[in-house]
Design a binder for this molecule. Structure first.
Ligand code: ZN
Length: 239
């Protein structure tokens, strides 16, 4: 079965003691049986350079609206077919997900029919209810709740609830420890709106894959979550 990983970081994160060597992304993908991986880092130019010659590697543009108007550079990156959407990290970068600074980013993504992957699962800026304010404002936007609530059962249930209330929401599994919640998410919103991500190198992709594989999904649903949902959403693939 092919594997598409919706959530990967490349480069050095010294604050966290975490690193995925930018010269060894291809090996990292192969070692973890990842056929297609979506990677990001605050240094978008580095990401562009790293993914260029790796057929299965794609980028999401890391947009931090607090550093100034990201739109001109974002347009440039989204003109590159290797960039398939935006990563927003309201927690790390310190903004409310529905801050007016964010709106032009979402409006451009709607225009390009590309998704935003938003870190979801920690107070104060990345709780599912806060992201839902943005989601409710832009019903045509495609929003992925990265980590689908992360390690907190209240936030996990709330993330599934947000996806139930809004058909333009996808759930991504990285860092969320409960296999049974992946099964519940698929039952409640459908396998076409749940996708595997590892958050490598924060988490081991093999562990994150096993977590999905042990969720009790039938073969069709498992293939959607491990591969097809992300292929359709990011790449418009007819799989
Ligand atoms: Zn991450």
């Amino acid at each position: 079965m092919s594997i598409t990983d919706a959530h990967m970081h490349v480069g050095d994160f010294p604050t966290f003691g975490v690193k995925l060597d930018e010269d060894h992304l291809a090996e990292y993908l192969a070692k973890n049986d990842i056929d297609t991986g979506f990677v990001f880092h605050q240094d978008n130019a580095m990401v562009r350079r790293v993914i260029q010659d790796i057929p299965g590697a794609y980028g999401l543009y890391w947009a931090n609206p607090k550093l100034g108007d990201p739109i001109p550079e974002l347009k440039d990156f989204l003109d590159d077919p290797k960039f398939r959407g935006v990563k927003l990290h309201p927690l790390m970068d310190g903004f409310h997900p529905d801050d007016p600074m964010v709106w032009p980013i979402i409006e451009l993504l709607i225009e390009r029919d590309l998704p935003a992957l938003i870190h979801c699962g920690h107070p104060i800026f990345s709780l599912p209810w806060s992201i839902e304010e943005l989601i409710a404002r832009y019903e045509d936007a495609k929003i992925i709740l990265g980590h689908m609530g992360h390690g907190n059962i209240i936030y996990i249930d709330a993330s599934i609830g947000v996806a139930q209330r809004h058909p333009n929401v996808w759930l991504e599994t990285s860092g969320m420890p409960m296999s049974i919640k992946i099964l519940e998410a698929v039952r409640k919103v459908g396998s076409n709106r749940v996708m595997y991500g590892s958050d490598g190198p924060w988490h081991e992709p093999k562990v994150e894959q096993l977590k999905v594989q042990l969720a009790g999904l039938d073969a069709e649903d498992l293939e959607d979550v491990m591969h097809r949902t992300a292929q359709r959403l990011f790449l418009g693939a007819d799989v």
